[in-house]
Design a protein around this ligand. Structure first.
Ligand code: NAP
Length: 286
């Protein structure tokens, strides 16, 4: 039976380190890192995500600002709000919770966030820098997944990694991070022929699809590291991932549970990104 990668425990211990770091930063620079989270509308899932992010920010001692705007907020008003946060010296990280209402152009909104305050790492400037191998803010979910893979001690260099999913926020940046860590990377997606033939060779599998049971036990090489990004509901309405956890954990060497795996790490990486932005901004002025 494989070992469980306890994302909750790892993220809790990172948050404790950050708590101490924030106290030290406040002593050094006279202020705490500031994170602004904007939510537009009343999507219940988004409300839960935002609440968890604000709670984590408060826990590590960040100055957190939650801006809740009504569903009918115009694109211009949202852009103006972002403009104000861009100009606010007490704010180091800005996050706009996605998805946005249909009348608002998400791309325009992400582009409007100042590059150095892009806490989610979704700004084209950060995406471009990532692919060019330049310093950048990394997107939180793949950054957290890499931490989880590293926590196993399994060597990434030279490993065959199969990333299932090619979204801009998870699959593609995940593949690039694994490539940078010297894995040989295959990116699979909905048109991939014989996914199992690929995953059976993989030392590392990252599933970021959004469908239950995309990865079953017969698709996993004994001892492989399996990271489950998916967030789905089972027939009883319980949260589950893309991986058939009960069966795959018998084959895998390491596996993340859902919940308690990637989810808590994503939020913790957002805190880390905000602290990193703070340090970059403050070290420019000191
Ligand atoms: P997305 O934009 O919908 O992308 C899903 C990807 O899966 C697409 O590239 C799609 O291929 C591929 N795919 C669909 N069916 C497939 C199949 N049968 N076999 C192989 N590939 C298939 O989703 P996302 O935003 O990347 O998110 C993926 C999942 O992760 C969702 O469940 C989401 O809720 C979850 N998530 C969790 C966190 C967290 O913090 N835990 C963060 C972000 C996302 P095509 O490109 O060909 O369509």
């Amino acid at each position: 039976m494989g070992a469980i990668i306890d994302g909750k425990r790892i993220s809790d211990s990172l948050k404790e380190e950050m708590k101490a770091q924030v106290i030290a930063l406040e002593k050094q620079y006279g202020r705490r890192p500031g994170l602004a989270v904007i939510i537009v509308g009343e999507n219940p899932a988004s409300q839960v995500y935002v609440r968890n992010k604000v709670r984590a920010a408060e826990y590590v001692g960040l100055r957190s600002v939650q801006i809740t705007l009504p569903e009918e907020t115009s694109e211009a008003d949202l852009l103006a709000q972002i403009g104000r946060l861009n100009a606010d010296p007490a704010i180091d990280g800005i996050l706009v919770q996605l998805p946005l209402p249909k009348h608002i152009d998400e791309e325009k909104v992400i582009d409007a966030i100042a590059l150095e305050k892009d806490a989610d790492g979704f700004h084209p400037g950060n995406v471009g820098a990532l692919w060019l191998g330049k310093p950048c803010t990394l997107p939180c979910t793949p950054k957290g997944c890499l931490e989880l893979i590293r926590s196993t001690g399994v060597e990434i260099r030279g490993a065959l990694a199969v990333v299932i999913g090619r979204s801009n926020i998870v699959g593609k940046p995940m593949a690039k991070l694994l490539l940078d860590a010297h894995a040989t990377v295959v990116i699979a997606h909905s048109r991939t022929r014989d996914l199992g033939a690929l995953t059976r060779q993989a030392d590392i599998i990252v599933a970021a699809v959004g469908k239950r049971n995309v990865v079953t036990a017969d698709m996993v090489k004994p001892g492989a590291v399996v990271i489950d990004v998916g967030m789905n509901r089972d027939d009883e309405g319980r949260l589950c991932g893309d991986v058939d956890f009960a069966a795959v954990k018998e084959v895998a060497g390491w596996i993340t549970p859902v919940p308690g795996g990637v989810g808590p790490m994503t939020i913790t990486m957002l805190m880390q990104n905000t602290i990193e932005s703070f340090i970059k901004r403050e070290s420019k002025t000191h």
